[in-house]
Write a protein that binds this ligand. Structure first.
Ligand code: C5P
Length: 229
């Protein structure tokens, strides 16, 4: 199966995003629309991207009490996007209600395990969780699986271990991707596209390595080809 490259459309506005998409005319892409763009442009922009033929990964990382997250998803259900994210740390009940809310649609829920900007030091000293980061990611993924969620967002460092722990069919989508010669920015645990896939990723999320590239289309195509050889 082709492994998707989700382009993280972390843009301020619809105009910036549309301008970025210009060189991709005719391509059907997987676009990750996150809080920044969604909070300004809303559902209408998601629908506009769908009508351009793109698949949508709505990265809202929902995290609230179970009833609120369930109700939010009922309100998003008719958008019929391909993926929506929630935080696994919201707990089993929250994830179950989220899953229940989107039943009957094609939307797959992905639960964020541990953000790739969090490392062991932050986990231990700021989030006051002394457990090894990998154990936390495995535990959260197992909880998501029990709640019926399709997969998770995790670091490529944990993808294969999560699959071994939770099951091969549990999707592992990995951000924190950098090209071998690229800058690291604020990410802490990074891998190249091919390393991520070799380590169990079912798809990769790539933002700045494509959106800040001098040649975004060529960079995207070479990433897409490299992970689907
Ligand atoms: O620019 P970069 O490739 O670092 O962008 C990564 C994208 O993946 C961002 O949109 C970020 O919100 C998202 N993400 C992440 N770590 C997670 C979940 C999502 O970096 N655990």
């Amino acid at each position: 199966m082709t492994k998707p490259t989700f382009i993280a459309c972390d843009f301020k506005s619809r105009e910036e995003c549309i301008e970025f998409l210009q060189p991709f005319a005719g391509e059907s892409l997987y676009l990750k629309i996150g809080m920044e763009l969604f909070y300004r442009e809303g559902r209408e922009f998601v629908e506009a991207c769908q009508s351009m033929g793109h698949k949508i990964f709505l990265d809202l990382k929902l995290h609230d009490i179970p009833n609120t997250v369930g109700s939010a998803l009922k309100n998003l259900k008719d958008l019929n996007v391909d993926y929506i994210t929630i935080h696994a740390s919201g707990g089993y009940e929250m994830m179950s209600q989220a899953q229940l809310a989107i039943e009957g649609t094609k939307t797959k829920l992905l639960a964020v395990t541990v953000l790739t900007s969090i490392d062991q030091e932050i986990l231990s000293n700021e989030l006051m969780n002394p457990s090894p980061l990998k154990e936390v990611a495995l535990g959260l993924a197992a909880s998501a699986k029990r709640a019926g969620v399709a997969g998770c967002i995790c670091s490529a460092f944990e993808a294969q271990d999560i699959k071994n722990h939770v099951g091969e069919d549990f999707l592992c989508i990995t951000p924190g991707i950098r090209l071998a010669d690229g800058s690291v920015d604020d990410q802490k645990r990074i891998m190249t596209p091919t390393q991520a896939v070799a380590n169990g990723a079912d798809g990769i999320v790539v933002g700045r390595a494509i959106t800040k590239s001098e040649t975004p289309y060529e960079t995207y195509m070479s990433i897409k080809e490299s992970i689907n050889e």
